[in-house]
Design a protein around this ligand. Structure first.
Ligand code: GLN
Length: 482
């Protein structure tokens, strides 16, 4: 049963074919066997999971279960979990036991979900390969010499290797969609503000958004039903009413207008990946959709603008790690300044320090207008490009990544190469739009993801468009060899 998708598991629980306790035990067994090598989990919560499973089974026997009661999932290790370490992939928070639950975690708990554990990630969600984690790289279950993508590499690998039924994750510049693409799963980044950020360790607050990693779009809809909606503890959380995201999954796609951005089919895109994406789009034409080219004129500026804005926000957000309040503190500081310096030098890894320095520089008097304000203006132009395109089309499609998963160690000595990983995903965050990556083919045995981008709060439509593709293809059902 634990190879099945979340929706199937939900139905099996409802039909009494399996108990949450059985499922949880099976996942824990597989995690014990596989995680030593894959490194997808930083923390496994065996005791908590079994007690939540028992409670879920009791709730079901009283006839009080919902769709999510008893489903075992994992949380990216930047969602605060009360009483459980929340490390954010950093030495800085290696000893941090969260005193409260993030809203997302709280909502899953209230729905009766089971928490199997906390998944590995790039340090403070900065990275595209999961190699910046203090806990070591995660292996891609499709080829263990390759990266699973990042920063949500642990959640991606855990779902792909069937070490949980679904996982939460976050996406600041591509961290849900790119790892989903590399591991053959479905990754949904909702509209900025669709899901509460309260209790999520902050990286770049105007870009960070929580979403889902699952086998299918139907599974993602079930997770989003739990997560989405207003939370007054996050002032940027939207009051646009959340929907029942499963309701429109089967809507026909006749007349759907698909836009293909010319900029996402140009130099740098691997030809075999391009072919897989064009074949996927042809499937949509068979379902009655029409396709036309659109232009996102400023998309070539998105990576540069992001690498000013995200580090600027990170430098402010990460100032709280000072050795005083919580987290790592250096040994035997001689005075306050020594404590600050050594705490931050020893607690943060190289990539995090690089971002803090870039961000502090970009925000400093004299450079603020030249870098930060300029980047914000580019951000507006990028948003305008999307708005113009959505005047002509309903959704925008293209590759999630220009290539398939790359070998561990092949890019981490060149930050710019790593930054270019998010070439097709970052603009979506800058514009605050929802995007989903859907399994769409294989190249030399490695997965390819199709990115679908929608208008603000069009999650139900994106899930519908993704689900219909998954009804006529079976890429998303393919799992890596055990
Ligand atoms: N790869 C991008 C970065 O390193 C995006 C990360 C993310 O979405 N969290 O900033």
């Amino acid at each position: 049963m634990i190879d099945s998708g979340l929706a199937q598991i939900s139905r099996a629980l409802a039909d009494g074919k399996v108990s949450s306790t059985e499922l949880t035990q099976d996942y824990l067994k597989r995690i014990a066997a596989e995680n030593g090598d894959l490194n997808a989990y930083i923390t496994v919560c065996e005791e908590l999971a079994l007690s939540q499973a028992k409670a879920a089974d009791a709730r079901r026997s009283k006839g009080e279960a919902g769709d999510f009661t008893g489903i075992p999932i994992a949380h990216k290790d930047l969602f605060c979990t009360q009483g459980i370490r929340t490390s954010c992939g950093s030495r800085m928070l290696d000893n941090f036991i969260a005193p409260y639950n993030a809203t997302v975690v709280e909502r899953f708990n209230a729905a009766g979900a089971v928490t199997l554990g906390k998944t590995n990630m790039d340090e403070f969600a900065m990275g595209s390969s999961n190699e910046t984690s203090f806990y070591g790289p995660v292996k891609n279950p499709w080829d263990r010499s390759r990266v699973p993508g990042g920063s949500s590499g642990g959640s991606a690998a855990a779902v792909a290797a069937r070490l949980c039924a679904g996982a939460t994750a976050t996406d600041t510049g591509g961290s849900i969609r790119q790892p989903a693409s590399f591991t053959n799963i479905t990754g949904l980044k909702p509209t900025y503000g669709r899901v509460s950020r309260w209790g999520m360790v902050a990286f770049a607050s105007s870009l960070d958004q929580a979403g889902t990693m699952t086998q299918s779009a139907e599974d993602a809809a079930l997770m989003l039903n739990v997560m989405a909606g207003l939370d007054t503890r996050d002032s940027t959380c939207s009051d646009v009413p959340a929907e029942d995201y499963t309701a429109a999954l089967d809507r026909p796609l006749d007349g759907l207008k698909i836009g293909i951005p010319v900029q996402h089919f140009s130099e740098g895109l691997e030809p075999a990946v391009e072919q897989a994406i064009r074949d996927a789009i042809a499937e949509y034409e068979k379902m009655g959709a029409t396709v036309r080219e659109v232009s996102l004129d400023n998309s070539h500026l998105s990576v540069s603008a992001y690498y000013v804005i995200a580090p600027a926000e990170a430098s402010a957000n990460l100032s709280r790690y000072d050795g005083v309040r919580y987290g790592y503190r250096c040994d035997n500081p001689v005075d306050l300044e020594d404590m600050y310096k050594r705490t931050r030098s020893e607690g943060f890894g190289a990539e995090v320090k690089r971002r803090i320095m870039v961000g502090t520089y970009a925000l400093s008097a004299g450079y603020y207008d030249a870098y930060y304000i300029k980047a914000q203006k580019i951000r507006r132009l990028i948003k305008n490009d999307f708005q113009r395109a959505f005047g002509e089309v309903d959704v925008i499609m293209g590759p999630t990544s220009p290539h398939t998963a790359f070998p561990i160690g092949s890019k981490n000595d060149d930050p710019v190469k790593m930054y270019l990983e998010d070439i097709y995903t970052i603009a979506v965050n800058l514009a605050g739009l929802p995007g989903i990556s859907v399994p769409a083919g294989m190249v030399n045995g490695l997965p390819v993801g199709l990115q679908i981008v929608g208008r603000d709060f069009a999650e139900a439509q994106l899930l519908n468009v993704a689900h219909k593709f998954q009804q006529v293809t079976d890429w998303h059902t393919q799992a890596p060899a055990k």
